[in-house]
Ligand binder design. Structure first.
Ligand code: HEC
Ligand code: HEC
Length: 308
């Protein structure tokens, strides 16, 4: 009798499934079918893993999922300052709100509607994986942080004074990477364009940041956003290599300056690349053509000459 092996049986299921969906027919004609199949499976596990690992540490969870919109004792960002939130509403209500913000707003709850107005109509998103237990843990953490002199979630204090030219220049150097990031993160320019950067501009993976200062409604929001970016690409890139507060200040100064200079976010760099590519192709064709027409003439002339 064969002993039961969960691994083997899972593999068996996988191979049957592969046969059923016809994947085998496709992949086995390829040079390395196994590797491709497993790479795809590993990739999907990787994605799942990112989702579950989020639930491990309440503090890290708050930092990653809440701090882009909330501080504890640092004033309002997009969402209200959460200091002493448990004194404003009871636990049950808060858990219900946090796990399904839109639900209470749609139900016409007066307190929730007033909050929405104060947030200029922004509705708190439903955070994936945030269940009641997690919400309770988060509220407890917020209560603990609320009694501290300065919470670790107070956010950045960013000056209200105008930035000077040296702040802006430093920010530009940080953006382009000529001043390397202290914690070793990738330069912004490798993924982002800003109009002031010139002909070929920055990378195309991320959005054009020329007007992001306005999109984020100013210094404070932009700075907090950069302190703990919560989006799909930015989070993994800067979670382990966070920007320092000095770097954030420089970047905010630079992005504010760029936005105020009034450049438009447009497709110029890609259009330039396209036109240059086109010009290159035309030149290439002319070159080939001139070579071939020379050969052509060289064959024809003597023939014509012979007849005449
Ligand atoms: C994209 C921004 C955003 C994120 C991210 C976000 N919130 Fe909110 N939150 C809001 C806004 C905006 C409100 C105000 C109500 C509304 O307009 O929906 C709010 C309201 C709240 C309230 C009620 C505050 C009060 O004064 O009664 C709590 C509690 C709360 N959020 C907790 C959290 C927690 C915990 C997280 C992370 C798991 C989180 N929020 C993530 C935007 C956000
Ligand atoms: C590996 C590529 C990559 C790097 C490096 C990178 N970003 Fe991003 N960034 C993205 C992508 C992609 C997005 C779109 C949201 C997402 O998927 O994370 C984004 C979004 C943003 C946003 C929000 C834009 C919006 O319109 O909502 C800001 C602000 C931002 N990045 C700033 C920066 C800054 C500042 C740096 C340098 C310190 C930087 N990024 C470096 C890829 C990158």
């Amino acid at each position: 009798m064969k002993e039961f092996s969960p691994l083997r049986s899972r593999r068996a299921v996988f191979f049957t499934w592969r046969k059923q969906v016809g994947l085998e027919a496709i992949t086995s004609s390829r040079p390395r079918p196994r590797v491709m199949g497993w790479a795809m499976i590993l990739l999907s596990f990787g994605v799942l893993h990112v989702e579950t690992a989020m639930g491990q540490e309440t503090e890290a969870y708050f930092r990653q999922n809440c701090m882009s919109c909330h501080t504890v004792g640092g004033g309002r960002l997009v969402g209200p300052d959460l200091k002493n939130v448990s004194k404003r509403k009871d636990q049950e209500w808060l858990i219900e709100f946090v796990t399904n913000p839109k639900g209470l707003i749609d139900a016409g709850d007066a307190y929730a509607l007033a909050m929405k107005d104060a947030a200029r109509g922004v509705i708190m998103p439903k955070i994936p994986g945030l269940d009641k237990a997690k919400a309770a843990a988060l509220l407890e953490l917020i209560s603990r942080e609320s009694v501290l002199e300065k919470s670790q979630f107070a956010g950045l204090h960013i000056t209200d004074e105008p930035f000077d030219a040296s702040d802006i220049a430093r920010g530009r150097d940080i953006f382009t990477g000529s001043l390397p990031l202290e914690n070793g993160g990738a330069s912004c320019l490798s993924c982002h364009h800003v109009t002031d950067i010139g002909l070929f501009g920055g990378g195309k993976l991320g959005p054009d940041l020329t007007r992001v200062y306005e999109r984020m409604l100013g210094r404070k929001n932009l700075a907090s956003w950069l302190l703990s970016p919560a989006t799909a690409t930015m989070r993994p890139v800067f979670q382990a290599k966070p920007l320092t507060s000095d770097e954030i200040e420089g970047l905010v100064a630079y992005l504010e300056d760029v936005a105020k200079a009034g450049g438009a976010e447009d497709a110029t760099p890609s259009l330039m690349l396209f036109l240059l590519g086109l010009a290159g192709a035309v030149l290439g064709l002319m070159l080939v053509d001139s070579i071939w027409s020379y050969r052509f003439r060289a064959v024809r002339r003597p023939l014509v000459g012979e007849i005449v």
